[in-house]
Every structure is written in structure tokens, then in C-alpha cells.
Write a protein that binds this ligand. Structure first.
Ligand SMILES: *Cc1c(COP(=O)(O)O)cnc(C)c1O
Length: 372
């Protein structure tokens, strides 16, 4: 079967830069090879810059973004703990489910789709009853909304709670600034704005998160995702011990991820964020010319994930299928927004005017054919 070449403008994976794809095919070395240990160190150090943190414990988990988030919950929480989770869409529900699987009693605060959580609600909830952890999704991929973080972080800390953030879609496409924002633990993925293939879940843990993990009453109910075991391989912060085998690191995936991080730093974070904002504006003005509008209120819009209203007269499935036949992937709406919206991702390499113009040109033609 011929492998199709697609322009991936859904919610991820996005197309990697050609250098990243090439890095996948580099000669393999062993996962304890001195060369690979150097790649690991560089990966950790560059990932810290992208997260905006000095946290030693900053690594790509051998799992997709969900696995990174689950690592956070399984190490931070245990039975008897309380967690407060803000929900502005599908991925908030998943954070709550993971916290609950870790054994915590979870209290959720929900908002209407397209809206974001008012920090005052988190404050009121913590005043009613404290919690060990507060978690939110920064970039809610199901609604295209951006949850402001800083104030929630302050409120969480004032009430003695850890602040945990799902920045799977936002990282490397807009500022996350872990240390400045007061995030204690955050998880992302390799295949969205970082721009490497799916398969890795970058995570970072700050001092308070490490302390919480060290002060557990019981060891975490996981072996693969146990932080203390993982860092015997990735290296302790004092560097005193030799690295020991935990699991076989996905060497080729880490080569690609390592190259993707280098490209991000070569471009510069601010330039990259600006490129994503420019791409978003270019897309929105092009969509408007085609008579299309965005679902998400302007005040909350993400640059890298655009939720577009489908006009009543247009056949959703036909548009997506015809676009795919022409080599372009956009995605269906999620949950209650399915059939009503499309999701157009502009992530990493694809946050680019020329690529957006290809999509807009094809979309214009396809829309003409897809009237019901
Ligand atoms: C994509 C996504 C995830 C899941 O990441 P995977 O890499 O698919 O496991 C989690 N949270 C958000 C907000 C996402 O957009």
C-alpha cells in the first residue's frame, strides 16, 4: 500500500520538520551508550528551556501525552487525598478520571464549552475544603479555549495545594512558563507544537512535587511510571549515582524529539509563539472570507487549535472526507460539538502561512461541492 502524504491540520499529530523525520533514521545506539546518555542530558536541558523551568526532573516519558499526565497523578496522589479539577472540556474530564484512578477524592468545577474557569471558583472551593492538588487544562483541545493559569496557581499555593497543568497542546506554541506561573508539575506531548512524532510525554516536576512524591504514605501503584525508579535511569539531581536500567528508552523517538527541541531553541521561543499567533490570525481572516466563523469566544481563543462553526447548509463528513482525499487532514468536533464544528490545528511546522493558504484554497473549493 502506498503511504499517503498528508498535510496534518487536525489536533495532532502535526507534520514534523524534515530534519526531525531524518533524525528518526539515524543509526541506533544502546540506551546506556555514552553517546545516548549525552543525548538524554541535552534533551533534559533543552526541555527545561521549553517548559521555562529549572526543575531537574524534566524528561520525555516513554508514553504519549496521556501517559505523562498519568505519571503526574499516580505520583502526586494516593487514597485519602483530595483533588480539585477544573473542567472546560473533554480533557478536563480525563484529568479528573486520572486523579480518581490514583485513589484521590476528586471535586470538579465545570464551565460551559468555550468558556474558562474563573479563579474565584477555585478559591471558594479550597476555602470550603482544602485539597492536596489543583489541576487544569491550559489549552483545551476540544473547545479551542485557553485557560489563564497564573491566578489559579497563586490561589492553589495560598491554600497549600500543588498546581498541576495539562499543557499538551500549548507547550512550544504559546508561553507556559512553568516556574514564573507557579506550576508544580506539568505534562505535554511530542506530536503537537513541539513537532516530533507521537510517542513521548514530556513532564516536569518542581521541588514541591518531588517532596509530595517523597512523602507518600505508600509507594505509587505503578512500576513503569514510578518517578523514583525512572530517575535512577534519567539521573538524580545530585548526579551521584550511575544510571541504571529501568526500561529500554525509545532511542529513535528521543533522537527525533532531541532534534525538534534544538529547532525550537534555534528559532527562539518568542519567535515561535509569534509565528503561531500570526498563523492563527491568517487562518481566521481566511476563514472569514469563506463565510466561516470560530466557535470559541475571541477572548479565550488558542492560536494553535481553532474550532470552526460548520454552517447549517454544509455536510460535515463530506468536507472532511474530500479534504482528506486531497491530502489535507482537519478534524471533527469533539463530544457535544461533533457535527457542529471542525478543529483546525496549526501546530509547530504547520503554523505557516503557505501551508494555511493550501488549506484555505482547497477548503474554498470543497465547500462549494458540500452544500446539502
Ligand atoms: C492531545 C491531548 C492529550 C492526549 O495526548 P496523547 O499524546 O494523545 O496521549 C491530553 N490533553 C490534551 C489537552 C490534548 O490536547
Amino acid at each position: 500500500m502506498l503511504i499517503p502524504e498528508r498535510l496534518l491540520m487536525g489536533p495532532g499529530p502535526s507534520n514534523p520538520h524534515p530534519d526531525v523525520t531524518q533524525a528518526l533514521a539515524a543509526p541506533l545506539v544502546g540506551h546506556l551508550d555514552p553517546y545516548f546518555l549525552q543525548v538524554m542530558d541535552e534533551t533534559m536541558s533543552n526541555l527545561r528551556v521549553v517548559f521555562g523551568t529549572d526543575n531537574h526532573h524534566t524528561i520525555p516519558m516513554s508514553a504519549t501525552g496521556s501517559g505523562g499526565l498519568e505519571t503526574i497523578m499516580l505520583n502526586m496522589l494516593e487514597p485519602g487525598d483530595e483533588a480539585v479539577v477544573g473542567i472546560i472540556g473533554y480533557f478536563g474530564h480525563r484529568l479528573a478520571a486520572m486523579a480518581s484512578k490514583a485513589g484521590a477524592t476528586v471535586r470538579t468545577l465545570e464551565e460551559d464549552l468555550g468558556q474558562v474557569i474563573d479563579p474565584g471558583r477555585i478559591q471558594a472551593e479550597l476555602e470550603k475544603k482544602p485539597a492536596k492538588l489543583v489541576a487544569v487544562v491550559h489549552a483545551e483541545t476540544s473547545t479551542g479555549a485557553c485557560q489563564p493559569l497564573e491566578e489559579i496557581g497563586k490561589i492553589a499555593h495560598d491554600h497549600g495545594a500543588l498546581f498541576v497543568v495539562d499543557c499538551v497542546t500549548s507547550l512550544a506554541g504559546m508561553p507556559v512558563d512553568v516556574d514564573k506561573t507557579g506550576i508544580d508539575a506539568a505534562g505535554s506531548c511530542s506530536q503537537k507544537c513541539i513537532g516530533s512524532p507521537p510517542g513521548l510525554g514530556p513532564v516536569t516536576f518542581g521541588p514541591k512535587a518531588i517532596e509530595a512524591s517523597n512523602n507518600r504514605r505508600r509507594t505509587p501503584p505503578t512500576w513503569y511510571f514510578d518517578l523514583s525508579l525512572l530517575f535512577q535511569y534519567w539521573g538524580e539531581s545530585d548526579g551521584a549515582k550511575d544510571r541504571v536500567f529501568h526500561h529500554t528508552a525509545p532511542v529513535a523517538s528521543i533522537y527525533a524529539f532531541h532534534r525538534a527541541l534544538q529547532l525550537i531553541l534555534e528559532e527562539g521561543l518568542e519567535n515561535r509563539y509569534q509565528r503561531h499567533r500570526d498563523a492563527h490570525c491568517h487562518l481566521v481572516s481566511g476563514l472569514e472570507k469563506l463565510g466561516l466563523s470560530l466557535f470559541t469566544p475571541e477572548a479565550h481563543r488558542l492560536p494553535m487549535l481553532n474550532v470552526v462553526n460548520i454552517p447549517d447548509a454544509i455536510d460535515d463528513v463530506r468536507v472532511r472526507k474530500t479534504l482528506l482525499d486531497r491530502g489535507i487532514e482537519i478534524s471533527a468536533g469533539f463530544g457535544p460539538l461533533q457535527g457542529k464544528t471542525w478543529r483546525i490545528g496549526l501546530m509547530g511546522y504547520n503554523a505557516d502561512r503557505k501551508r494555511i493558504d493550501i488549506l484555505l484554497g482547497e477548503l474554498e473549493e470543497v465547500l462549494k461541492e458540500a452544500r446539502k
